[in-house]
Write a protein that binds this ligand. Structure first.
Ligand code: B12
Ligand code: SF4
Length: 688
């Protein structure tokens, strides 16, 4: 029996929620079944909750927490983004407790296991790929104290571990790879995760600042495609494996029993690969009356209306699609192709169909793909703007980067670069606040381009790295909230979305937000805009970095959504014409009234939208969302009205008292706003 401590190293997740690493909980369950004594320590959770110092003392504090738990074996699980912190942590633990064996696993070490063993002496063993049985095989042997001692001595673990498939370890000071371990043929044989070792979903949600607790659930693994930027098929294999429908619903049942659980997060990357299997899981979930909501990830060319309806009925409420690009050439260049890049496949139509079914979508796109040109990027931004007005769609945009061994880095190694002050999208979350990648980790990354390829990016030809950085940080936030205003503003400037967004983001980042008022009449709005900008800047996280010339470079590391919207709105308000400003007023109102993910589709001023649909002003490629609900906020009270009805009544009844009598829930403010809207709409319609 071995006391093994499985640790999630400190990192910040980037999506505003946090969850335990499911892999570690699976491994713990197997270790327990096989007679060992596992425990679990989530340093990312402790960091998030403020139980660890968020400064240069972080790694030291983490190492002490590990040693205090008195494990006989330490298992660290890393994503590639958390690899530098993990290696730093391993060094510190080794310094404090030299005889403690340290195993590394997870998706971070994928394909660089030898380099890790060769260059990081604190790591004794790396588990390759799926490690459900591997860890326990190692623990069985490390139950022998002598095996533990020889392992950490660095000269060789004795011959016993060499017989365990799926490892890379040190033998005579050189990396040695044991026999490959095939992926598990039957996922039903994997032990259900030991959720009892982790804190509750409620605790995770509270640490993330409230909101809904989203916990991972492992219902399937693997992907039969081979997109060249993606590590999934390499890690999990090119065959798709699932839990049986009965076991899948058992997993939902165990999750549903956890304290505070709000939603299950299906970890499989290609969940709908086997359509019939998903239909069977959904039917079984409904049959058993499990109503836990869930979300999943898949390709957008692997869903259809019947499947979406069945998933929705079984509680699925959101799907993340890696759409990546609206250009077939770009998709083909990264082998994403398939039906998605084929003629006749219409991403927007699928998103609208999902929306009609009532299913929310997240549209993920990449920029900075080698070979991509300005038109390709513009096409992606237009796709995002189209998606943003489809009810239930949200957006995500990533700077293309490589993971070692996935083919891309091998093809174009010379073109990868590390830009000081700018971190690859993969590591977003580490750089904020500054200190997550401390100087030791930054040196590690800079000194080892092979191991840390994912921290480097391709420099595209269509923009400077800084522009790509600003775009990938903020474009999805802005397009999600202000799709119509941004389009209208671009149109008014006779420009496109790419140049318009770059202009706005550069102006904000440079602090050059307000040009002098053009005339006296414009002075007041400009002053208001300036005050708005100044206030918004207070909410922006700033950090001082040095660029490659050593000059201080104050970079906007991230604009919080509210700050991004306020800053850009203020700029548009300053520079846009009356029509653009009216539209901006609507979208700002949508954003500020309530939950933006709902409201931005909801409060479409219908006459304006009709004008837009008809292509009269400004031209839109596709129609807007259709739900017409007006939310209004009064202090903490949010009330919903049917906007079209309310506006229609306001139009029909010029007498405020009559209107209020017909709408008892409405207040004077609503009436005033409706009158303002109608006035603005008639101005817009008249001029369009
Ligand atoms: C859930 C998830 C998240 C969650 C939480 C992750 C967590 N705490 O574990 C959140 C949303 C926070 C997240 C964030 C990010 N994620 Co993520 N995420 C996933 C996802 C969808 C599921 C992970 C999972 O639970 N898998 C199922 C379990 C069973 O597998 P597993 O954890 O890998 O564990 C197995 C092995 O790795 C191994 N193992 C695991 N731990 C250990 C420990 C030891 C000691 C040993 C021996 C073995 C071992 O054994 C396990 C069982 O076989 C994966 C995709 C996927 N399908 O795996 C992406 C994935 C892990 N994420 C990825 C990325 C890129 C990110 C982000 C960088 C995204 C971004 N741009 O911000 C951030 C990074 C956050 C940060 N700052 O570090 C990549 C990682 C690529 C890589 N090679 O490392 C993946 C693979 C997606 C992809 N294909 O691009 N992510
Ligand atoms: S991007 Fe999606 S479809 Fe492509 S290999 Fe990765 S998981 Fe499979």
């Amino acid at each position: 029996m071995v006391r093994v401590l499985l640790v999630q190293p400190p990192h910040r997740d980037t999506f505003g929620y946090s969850m335990p690493p499911l892999g570690a909980l699976h491994l713990a369950a197997t270790a327990r079944r096989r007679g060992h004594n596992p425990s679990f320590l989530d340093l990312a959770l402790l960091l998030r909750r403020g139980d660890l110092p968020n400064d240069d003392g972080l790694i030291d504090a983490c190492a002490h927490a590990i040693v205090a738990a008195e494990p006989q074996v330490l298992g660290l699980g890393a994503m590639i983004s958390s690899l530098p912190a993990t290696l730093h942590l391993a060094d510190e633990v080794r310094r404090l407790q030299p005889e403690l064996p340290i195993l590394l696993g997870g998706q971070g070490p994928e394909t660089v296991e030898e380099e890790l063993i060769a260059r990081h002496p604190a790591i004794d063993v790396v588990a390759v790929g799926e490690a459900d049985e591997t860890l326990s095989d190692v623990l069985d042997l490390l139950a022998d104290a002598r095996a533990r001692t020889t392992l950490t001595a660095g000269t060789g673990p004795g011959d016993s571990l060499l017989a365990v498939p799926g490892l890379v370890l040190r033998r005579e000071n050189a990396p040695h790879r044991t026999a490959p371990r095939p992926v598990l043929a039957d996922l039903n044989a994997v032990d259900p995760p030991a959720y009892d070792l982790a804190e509750s979903p409620r605790a995770y949600a509270e640490a993330a600042g409230g909101g809904e607790a989203l916990f991972p659930i492992d219902l399937g693994r693997g992907c039969s495609y081979s997109c060249s930027f993606c590590s999934t098929p390499i890690f999990w294999g090119r065959s798709v494996r699932y839990l049986s429908p009965a076991r899948a619903v058992d997993a939902f049942d165990s999750l549903a029993a956890l304290d505070g659980i709000g939603c299950a997060y299906v970890t499989h990357d290609l969940f709908t690969a086997d359509r019939q299997h998903i239909l069977d899981i959904c039917a079984e979930k409904q049959r058993r009356g499990n109503d836990l909501p869930w979300e999943c990830r898949t390709r957008i060319d692997l869903v259809d209306r019947k499947l979406l309806d069945a998933m929705l009925a079984a509680g699925c409420r959101r799907i993340l699609y890696g759409v990546e690009s609206d250009s077939a050439a770009v998709l083909d260049s990264v082998d994403k192709g398939g039906k998605l890049a084929g003629p006749g496949f219409d991403v927007r139509a699928v998103l609208r169909e999902a929306s009609d079914a009532g299913m929310a979508s997240i549209v993920g796109v990449m920029v900075g793909v080698p070979g991509e040109n300005r038109d390709d990027v513009e096409a992606n931004l237009q796709l995002m703007a189209d998606a943003a007005v489809i009810d239930g769609c949200s957006l995500s945009m990533h700077w293309f980067n490589v993971t070692p061994g996935n083919g891309q880095g091998d093809k174009l190694p010379g073109e990868l670069m590390l830009i000081s002050g700018l971190h690859a999208d993969l590591v977003r979350g580490h750089d904020i606040p500054v200190g997550h990648v401390n100087s030791k980790q930054a040196q590690m990354i800079a000194a080892d381009p092979e191991l840390f390829a994912a921290f480097r990016v391709f420099a595209p030809e269509w923009a400077t790295p800084r522009e790509v950085y600003l775009l990938t940080r903020n474009a999805h936030l802005l397009l999600e909230v202000l799709p119509r205003s941004l389009r209208a503003f671009a149109h008014a400037r006779s420009s496109n979305l790419l140049d318009t967004l770059l202009l706005l983001l550069q102006a904000i980042a440079d602090g050059d937000h307000c040009s002098p008022p053009k005339d006296q009449a414009a002075a007041a709005p400009a002053a208001t805009a300036k005050a708005g900008l100044d206030a918004a800047r207070g909410a922006v996280h700033l950090a001082t970095e040095r660029n490659e010339h050593g000059d201080p470079w104050e970079e906007l590391l991230v604009l919080q959504r509210g700050a991004a919207v306020r800053l850009v709105s203020a700029l548009i308000a300053e520079q846009g014409d009356e029509r653009v400003c009216a539209l901006l007023g609507y979208e700002r109102a949508l954003f500020e009234t309530d939950d933006a993910t709902l409201c931005r589709f909801s409060m479409d001023p219908l006459p304006l939208m009709r004008a837009m649909d008809a292509g009269r002003w400004p031209p839109l490629a596709s129609g807007p969302g259709t739900r017409a609900v007006l939310f209004s906020r009064h202090g903490d009270l949010v009330r919903a009205h049917s906007l079209s009805d309310f506006l229609a009544d306001a139009h029909e009844l010029p007498d405020d008292a009559e209107l209020l009598a017909r709408w008892p829930a409405a207040e004077d403010d609503d009436v005033t706003r409706a009158r303002e809207m109608l006035a603005s709409l008639s101005t817009i319609e008249a001029s369009s």
